[in-house]
Design a protein around this ligand. Structure first.
Ligand code: SAH
Ligand code: SF4
Ligand code: F3S
Length: 372
């Protein structure tokens, strides 16, 4: 019996697919590269932008052909897209050959669901629940080991779907994280450990007693072993000096930080509910550069947020030029159902967003040339 997993979206999803692989291997499945040869196909989906969702729908549609050839084939669609109830229902109606639609919170039920489907039932599940700590991972990312330190997000940036599909922030207990990392070190197969969370800087605020992210970094670095440590993603509003100090001080921590700015204009930042200003962002960059001279700094930007004017977009361009990032991702704003920004007046046309994103990418290209 063979499985094939298709993963969309961020590193969080890549890592979750490792959990899915772990669950499937426990059931006796082995991996295969071609979906034509699989007995079970899993689509682990992303909902961050419309384009991501469209790709999933297209590719799931294409599976109909395989299901015709092999009626015992089990098709699972899970991840962020299916955590949205409306999308899950639409998916089930549009693609009745899909066997299991399962949200981000219910992965640990996957094994039971597969058993149920073998008895002939089509299932949907997307309740909020506890994330199971005990499911094993089948690590598939070479010499990098992902370690999840928290789930969810409390920030509700007005454009973003993540808080709706991943729930509220929930930190894992520090001891569980340290134990997982001890295990990774003992396996002697991994050179790099990457800590994952939507906003790693708020790690531990919900724990009793509280643990700070800088303390977690310090405790991980104190573990015996030969590894480098890195993490993503940092939110500028929560990136504190003690974290920057740890990156500077610890030899094991990579001198690299991904710090999404999203916009260089204060009115837009406020509308996005990012809770920092351009000036605050630049002050953090200064502090990083001063304490960690060769630190690699990367960022994300959204262009064409509702009501963004040409001048406001130019503030984003000037921020990119001023900071001289090592690399940036630039996204066209995508309207997500249920978010505050989707209900704002002044949505910008696709054509205009496209024009702006190309300008920003050109600036990025020029910066890259200068750096060489
Ligand atoms: N938690 C991370 C972001 C995760 S999403 C953080 O806060 O930095 C990754 C990136 O996708 C974001 O940084 C943002 O630039 C982009 N993004 C999120 N929602 C978007 C939307 N509706 N339209 C366009 N880009 C979006
Ligand atoms: Fe989305 Fe903002 Fe949370 Fe990042 S911090 S996941 S952009 S709501
Ligand atoms: Fe990641 Fe996409 Fe979900 S970016 S958290 S997989 S919506």
């Amino acid at each position: 019996m063979k499985y094939h997993i298709v993963t969309y979206g961020c590193q969080m999803n890549v890592h979750e697919s490792e959990k899915i692989a772990g669950i499937l291997e426990k059931l006796g499945y082995t991996p295969c590269d071609k979906r034509e040869e699989a007995d079970i196909i899993v689509f682990n989906t992303c909902a961050i932008r419309e384009g991501a969702e469209d790709r999933v729908l297209g590719n799931v549609g294409n599976l109909k052909r395989l299901k015709k050839q092999n009626k015992d084939l089990i098709i699972v669609v899970c991840g962020c897209m299916t955590q949205k109830e409306k999308t899950a229902r639409v998916l089930m109606q549009k693609f009745p050959f899909v066997d299991i639609v399962i949200g981000t919170f219910n992965l640990s039920k996957l094994a039971d669901y597969i058993e149920a489907v073998k008895k002939g039932r089509q299932l949907v599940l997307m309740e909020e629940g506890e994330i199971d700590e005990l499911e094993p991972y089948k690590r598939t990312s070479g010499d990098n080991a992902w370690v999840n330190i928290m789930q969810g997000c409390n920030n509700f940036c007005t454009y973003c779907i993540v808080p709706y599909v991943r729930g509220r922030e929930k930190s894992r207990k520090e001891e569980n994280i340290l134990n997982e990392i001890r295990g990774i070190i003992a396996e002697n197969k991994y050179k790099k450990i990457t800590l994952l969370g939507q906003n790693v800087n708020s790690y531990g605020k919900d724990l009793v007693p509280q643990v700070s992210f800088s303390k977690l970094l310090e405790d991980i670095c104190a573990l015996d072993g030969d590894f480098t440590l890195t993490f993503m993603t940092s939110h500028p509003k929560d990136l504190t000096s003690d974290v920057i100090d740890q990156i500077a001080k610890q030899d094991k921590i990579e001198k690299s930080i991904h710090l999404p700015a999203q916009s260089g204009n204060n009115r837009i930042l406020k509308l996005m509910n990012r809770r920092y200003t351009r000036e605050k962002y630049l002050a953090i960059i200064d502090e990083i550069r001063q304490k960690i001279p060769n630190c690699r700094i990367t960022s994300d930007f959204i262009v064409g947020f509702p009501t963004e004017t040409e001048e406001e977009f130019e503030d984003t361009c000037s921020l990119v030029k001023q900071v001289k990032f090592d690399s940036i991702f630039a996204f066209m704003y995508s309207k997500r159902d249920g978010t505050v920004a989707s209900r704002m007046d002044g949505q910008i046309s696709e054509e205009e967003k496209n024009r702006r994103v190309n300008i920003l990418l050109k600036i990025e290209k020029e910066l890259q040339k200068e750096k060489k």
